[in-house]
Design a protein around this ligand. Structure first.
Ligand code: SF4
Length: 246
């Protein structure tokens, strides 16, 4: 990366990336074959950049886009059941203006929060390979650098937690558990763990809405959002990362 970075530039670089051949093949195959119920829709079929408030204090980190969710709609956690759960909870926590997330033009706006995934392309069986996670890590690093106000990282699932520990230099890595909190070195953000709002977890009751609410209540507490929004450094590059631009 040469020159001054920005959320817009990052988004553009993410969307053009083809570094992982297996994932490129998969995301494009899914976009052509489609799920029967979406056969009339044009799939995005490309990597998914982060979305939200460029002054976010809370970063929500998922695993990877869903094949028929974000890989279809083009916005992270948009158009699938996991996203329904996530944005409903964020709405209840005051971090989203609406509980629905169905398409990039649905009016969803986040306040003080940024949502992204550790791996930006939909993987087969929702399982990226370690090499693919490592290949994608520079994008997460750039996201981190472009979101300097982040105080809390909500890790949705063990994969996201491991990626966050790697990124923020947490060694040894404490055990993952719902509502576990982990400090990061050098005054970095606190990691708050949550079971992933996957259908596997929500259908079985492993994750309930009150459990997810507890995660965001704690994240908001830790980020100190109850205090008036402080005057924050705002630059034109960061402002471009605000909602509605994905
Ligand atoms: S997973 Fe990341 S590094 Fe790999 S092709 Fe997608 S955007 Fe590029």
């Amino acid at each position: 990366m040469i020159g001054v970075d920005s959320l817009d530039r990052l988004r553009s670089d993410v969307c053009d990336c083809r570094r992982c051949p297996r994932l490129v093949d998969w995301r494009e195959l899914v976009a052509v074959e489609k799920r029967a119920s979406y056969r009339d829709q044009e799939y995005w079929g490309r990597p998914i950049s982060g979305f939200g408030d460029g002054e976010a204090r809370i970063l929500v980190l998922g695993l990877a886009p869903a094949a028929h969710g974000a890989n279809r709609t083009g916005r992270v956690f948009t158009g699938d059941r996991s996203g329904d759960w996530l944005f409903r909870a964020m709405h209840r926590a005051g971090l989203a203006n609406q509980p629905e997330s169905v398409s990039p033009d649905d009016g969803l706006a986040l306040r003080d929060a940024w949502v992204t995934a550790a791996v930006k392309c939909a993987p087969p069986d929702n399982k990226p390979l370690p090499d693919e996670r490592d290949e994608c890590r520079p994008f997460l690093r750039r996201e981190r650098a472009l979101l300097p106000d982040v105080r809390v990282v909500v890790c949705l699932g063990a994969f996201a937690y491991e990626a966050a520990c790697q990124e923020y230099g947490v060694r040894p890595r404490p055990k993952f558990g719902h509502l576990a909190e982990v400090a990061t070195p050098d005054g970095g953000p606190v990691l708050v763990c949550s079971f992933h709002p996957s259908q596997q977890n929500t259908f079985t009751g492993r994750l309930t809405e009150p459990m997810l609410d507890a995660v965001f209540t704690r994240a908001v507490e830790l980020a100190d959002l109850a205090l008036p929004r402080q005057r924050r450094r705002r630059s034109s590059t960061r402002a471009t990362g605000r909602p509605g631009t994905t």
